[in-house]
Design a protein around this ligand. Structure first.
Ligand code: PHE
Ligand code: CO
Length: 274
């Protein structure tokens, strides 16, 4: 039933509560992947996760994700980040940077603003097959990496990273983080085949991927920037509200305006319940 839940890490000291080994991380929180350290059992667990999720995605994932994963020839084992980076650089100029887990806002936004996507190095334990509290390599790879091959999505995420550094200066990260949550993590897209998922938290979830598309329970609202920036989110359950974009071009357009006056205006308004 579970899904990856993504708490925010605000400061370097917050990472102490997290599961990864931050002791060898560089100042930008990057680490070596040490692919050879993964056991055969871990590769097999990754393969099982990949296979379960691969049965769902043809029905529930957006076409851009489906097209990208097909070109990746992935799933047999935990991917090697250096090989992924080589392909990504050619496609959209992005690369993967290995990290111990969640990282604070400033290094996170800085990586994105330099077209580097942080991917967690560790894999969940077998008993966490269905539910994991922090994002692991399966969530980060399966959910996020394929869409970095889409030119428009890739450009949007780069703009988001720059927007994050700006939001830090404006003390508006809390609002901007809601945009990430309701798009990059839990976003839906309208397609000719119906509503499909492009959010990584959905794509990597064994339960919520079908739920977000098929369940009559949640609200599926048209994407509305100001409403998203005001809407709080729950990290410990399936979402009660999803926001639906028309396309990545649509998302790019809607987020292109200068957020400075928007933050100033919304700051005076109450937040909205999830
Ligand atoms: N347009 C936003 C700003 O001015 C930056 C941004 C772009 C944020 C894309 C999110 C996504 O702050
Ligand atoms: Co994620």
């Amino acid at each position: 039933m579970g899904k990856a839940i993504i708490p925010r890490v605000n400061t370097a000291s917050d990472v102490k509560a997290l599961r990864g080994d931050y002791s060898r991380a560089a100042a930008d929180f990057s680490v070596e992947q040490d692919w050879d350290a993964h056991s055969a059992e871990e590769h097999a667990l990754f393969r099982r996760l990949f296979e379960r999720q691969s049965k769902l995605v043809p029905h529930y994932a957006c076409p851009e994700w489906i097209e990208a994963i097909a070109g990746l020839d992935a799933g047999r084992e935990i991917p090697r980040f250096d090989a992924l980076s080589r392909r990504l650089r050619r496609a959209t100029g992005w690369e993967i940077v290995a990290v111990p887990g969640l990282i604070p806002d400033e290094p996170f936004f800085t990586h994105l603003a330099n077209r580097r996507f942080p991917v967690t190095v560790w894999l969940r334990k077998p008993e966490e097959f269905d539910y994991i509290v922090e994002p692991d390599v399966f969530h980060d790879f399966f959910g996020h990496v394929p869409l970095l091959f889409d030119r428009v999505y890739a450009d949007h995420l780069y703009e988001y990273g720059k927007g994050g550094l700006k939001a830090m200066r404006l003390d508006a990260v809390k609002m901007l983080a809601r945009l990430y949550w309701y798009t990059i993590e839990f976003g839906l897209m309208r397609t000719p085949e119906g509503v499909r998922a492009y959010g990584a938290g959905l794509l990597s979830s064994g339960g919520e991927l079908a739920y977000c598309v098929e369940s009559p329970e949640p609200q599926r609202l048209e994407f509305d920037l100001e409403r998203v920036l005001r809407t709080e989110y729950r990290i410990d359950r399936y979402q009660t509200t999803y926001f639906v974009i028309e396309s990545f071009e649509h998302l790019m357009r809607e987020t292109a305006p200068d957020f400075t006056p928007i933050y100033a205006r919304l700051r005076a308004l109450p937040a909205l319940a999830p």
